[in-house]
Design a protein around this ligand. Structure first.
Ligand code: SF4
Length: 412
């Protein structure tokens, strides 16, 4: 897909180089742990109990991040058929099917990026179904392949009232993971270290939130398309000092842009909210499409999904349960609507684009009338685009461009 030669280019964020170094060190460390057994490797879902795993000195690997790399390198679509041949429906999570497909074909984008031959071998796989049930199936597949234990938290979904009973249930399930993990490490959990790790996650997540909040300025210093790149460390390195230092640096740069009036999109005319997942294989094209139309995509549900305000180092278990069950994806339609209304107002949004992602109903919020309700209650125009996070067979580029252009024209 092209938006035409000579279109606007994404303004490079200086901190990007540092982020690439961090991500490379993360993958090299995992590769070494996997090959030498120097540290145990735990696989974790993207909003799984990473703090607990880090506190127990696991090297933590996030398969969804690998799925996003497959998508961003536009190799995912070629991998999916291998998983389909094994009986995984093309309609289930395309992170999962592309990741399983890549494994079956012996391929990984880590090779081209870092010369790393394969994904790290897990000693244990730990999921949380707060985001979806697909992660449970995904981890079960790899648990069978690597003959490694699979443990997890079965969280409630579509939560209207996040009451004490729910929080206690999740907390209990988190605490119940400890004996399983201790069997793998052979060491008891150090409770002081758990508090320290939760504190580091809290610091990083606050800074990440502040980075995203700079986009409330007009013009916005960053866009959703920058955000999905720079969220890497909050996903894979939360609970570490490196993540805190990185977001400190990124925040300083974004605040500098705000002070100097540097716009991510020159001549920002419209401010757009992106609801749903990115289409990883079209990031650059979509960034250029919106920028070319004078639109800054200033806020999103997706990037904010790694803002966990409830972490509390003085009460790590309860606060982890609260943080991981209170996030948007776990909540009811009413709670989501309240959240979106607040975001539209706070970021002074002119229009909302809903990405209805074919293989991820969990991150698609256009299916129960939300766009129409938002439009009617706030008077903000909405657009639903069909696509997918990783399966480009579900994306019609021409139709998407036509729809976005017509939508922006309608914004006036
Ligand atoms: S939330 Fe969606 S994209 Fe993420 S693992 Fe589940 S189905 Fe896949």
């Amino acid at each position: 897909m092209s938006t035409g030669a000579g279109g606007p280019k994404r303004k490079r964020i200086r901190a990007t180089g540092e982020m690439h170094k961090l991500m490379e060190a993360h993958f090299r460390g995992l590769d070494e742990s996997s090959r030498t057994g120097r540290r145990n490797v735990a696989w974790c879902t993207s909003v799984g109990p990473a703090e607990l795993l880090r506190a127990m000195d696991f090297d933590v690997y996030f398969p969804e991040n690998h799925g996003a790399m497959l998508g961003a390198t536009r190799t995912s679509t070629d991998m999916i058929p291998a998983a389909t041949a094994l009986g995984y429906s093309p309609e289930v999570c395309s992170y999962m099917t592309s990741d399983i497909g890549a494994f079956l074909r012996g391929e990984t984008p880590l090779k081209r990026a870092y010369g790393i031959e394969s994904i790290p071998r897990p000693d244990v796989l730990v999921y949380n179904t707060n985001q979806c049930r697909d992660v449970q199936e995904w981890f079960s597949y790899f648990g069978r392949q690597f003959n490694a234990p699979v443990v997890g938290i079965d969280s409630p979904r579509s939560v209207r009232h996040l009451n004490e009973a729910i929080v206690r249930d999740v907390q209990y399930q988190m605490e119940a993971l400890v004996p399983h993990l201790e069997r793998v490490t052979g060491e008891p959990l150090d409770k002081g270290r758990l508090s320290e790790t939760v504190e580091l996650s809290l610091l990083a997540t606050r800074l990440w939130n502040e980075v995203l909040e700079t986009a409330a300025s007009s013009p916005s210093p960053l866009t959703f398309f920058d955000g999905v790149i720079h969220m890497g460390p909050i996903v894979v390195l939360r609970g570490t000092q490196e993540a805190v230092d990185y977001y400190d640096m990124l925040l300083a740069e974004m605040r500098g842009r705000v002070r100097e009036g540097v716009a991510a999109v020159d001549g920002e005319r419209h401010r757009i909210y992106w609801e749903g997942m990115p289409i990883w294989g079209r990031l650059r094209a979509h960034s250029e499409l919106f920028a070319g139309l004078g639109c800054a995509v200033v806020a999103s549900t997706y990037c904010n999904s790694w803002v966990f305000n409830d972490f509390d180092p003085s009460d790590p278990w309860r606060s982890m349960a609260l943080a991981y069950t209170g996030i948007f994806i776990v909540r009811s339609e009413e709670a989501k609507e309240r959240y979106l209304k607040e975001m539209v107002k706070r970021f002074d949004i002119d229009g909302v684009v809903f990405h209805d992602s074919k293989t991820c109903p969990n991150n698609s919020n256009a299916r129960y009338g939300m766009p129409k309700r938002l439009q009617e209650s706030l008077g903000v125009p909405t657009l639903v685009i069909d696509g997918d996070l990783n399966d480009l067979r579900c994306v019609s580029d021409e139709q998407l461009v036509t729809n976005v252009e017509a939508f922006v024209e309608g914004l006036g």
